[in-house]
Design a protein around this ligand. Structure first.
Ligand code: SAH
Length: 344
């Protein structure tokens, strides 16, 4: 079967079956842009080829098993089931009117084992396929269409380490960016990584203007190594070598989760200021989202603001993020509500 996300394959099928480009385009617009229901997309094709199309072209999907809407803000957590019974999660973030973002997963579980992250507790079951990554987007688009909203941003900040699943990630990005498919602008796409140095280089080469975020969390090697096992081999020194130099058109986003007594002290601040000097970065300070079993304490609002202020004084661009969806465990690092391969 051809996947609907395989745009070239779709075009080959169409020309072999006498479907002209304007007709195929009407189908693609219905599926990718208007996010119409399956039958309504199919209705864009001539009746004579519909059965053959259905036999040849798969519209991959994930089962929506549960949906939790935050009572406090505009977040919705979607619990999704793969065909082989694994569970993954995606989160819709309605930040401001019209500006809707979707946080998607790249793996079932994760192998990175970051000490503060809930997904880490699951371990890694498997990579998501390209179809499974993109099916999260199609599904969210359809839910949002019912609210007359459009999806603006896609961030790979759900379950999994995207750069541990490079091949499928890159194929998914190709389709997300493709003018004949989803056609998201590069500035509306973001991939977040624990910091796989070689893969970050490949990513930048292939997608120079897609946003890349590095989960730094400490600029002190021994602290970072204790928080994130990946840092043992992917050292701060090696990472620093792949940072964009000041003045580069695409800044590296730096994610920094503030953990009380771990990475929020004066030495941590100084180390961070020194480490990032001369690089084109934008720092996101993230509040720690507590979850059962997490042995860390969030840093208070006033202290987070002081940390941000000091970084700004040192000349850095800083965003102090607030946490969306924490009442439904949909915030960063809280995606572990269900176990991989649960039956229901
Ligand atoms: N594996 C990728 C993407 C998934 S996590 C990565 O690590 O970047 C997305 C972001 O949430 C990362 O910056 C991660 O470090 C952060 N995060 C994980 N657990 C968190 C928690 N409990 N509170 C706040 N942020 C957390």
């Amino acid at each position: 079967m051809i996947s609907v996300y395989d745009i070239d394959g779709l075009a080959r099928w169409a020309s072999a079956h006498g479907v002209d480009e304007p007709t195929l385009k009407r189908f693609r617009v219905a599926f990718f842009k208007k996010a119409l229901a399956e039958d309504d997309c199919l209705a864009m094709l001539p009746p004579s080829v519909r059965a053959a199309f259905q036999a040849a072209v798969a519209l991959p999907s994930l089962d929506l098993v549960a949906r939790q809407d935050s009572s406090r803000d505009g977040a919705t957590k979607l619990s999704l089931r793969t065909a082989d019974g694994h569970r993954v999660e995606a989160v819709i973030l309605r930040v401001a009117s019209g500006r809707t973002s979707l946080c998607i997963s790249s793996q079932v579980g994760c192998a990175a084992n970051c000490q503060f992250c809930a997904t880490a507790k699951l371990g890694l079951a498997r990579n998501l396929t390209t179809d499974e990554i993109l099916a999260q987007v199609s599904l969210a688009q359809r839910l949002l269409r019912a609210e007359a909203r459009t999806l603006r941003n896609i961030v790979f900040m759900g379950m999994g380490e995207p750069l541990h699943n490079e091949k499928n990630l890159y194929a998914a990005l190709d389709t997300l960016r493709n003018p004949r498919a989803f056609y998201f602008a590069d500035r509306h796409l973001m991939v977040s990584t624990v910091g796989m140095v070689a893969a970050m280089g490949r990513f930048r080469e292939r997608f120079p203007t897609v946003n890349l975020a590095l989960s730094l969390h400490s600029a002190r090697q021994e602290v970072r190594r204790d928080l994130m096992p990946a840092a043992k081999s992917q050292t701060l020194e090696k990472l620093r070598a792949v940072f964009p130099p000041q003045g580069s058109p695409s800044p590296l986003m730096i994610e920094y989760v503030l953990l009380q007594g771990v990475n929020d002290g004066p030495d941590d601040l100084t180390a961070l200021i020194d480490y990032l000097r001369g690089a084109e970065v934008h720092i996101n300070l993230i509040p720690f989202n507590p979850h059962p079993g997490a042995a860390f304490t969030p840093v208070g609002k006033a202290e987070r603001e002081a940390f941000a202020h000091a970084l700004r004084r040192a000349g850095y661009k800083v965003t102090l993020r607030r946490s969306l969806g924490d009442d439904i465990a949909a915030a960063c690092g809280q995606l572990a509500g269900v176990h991989a391969r649960s039956g229901n």
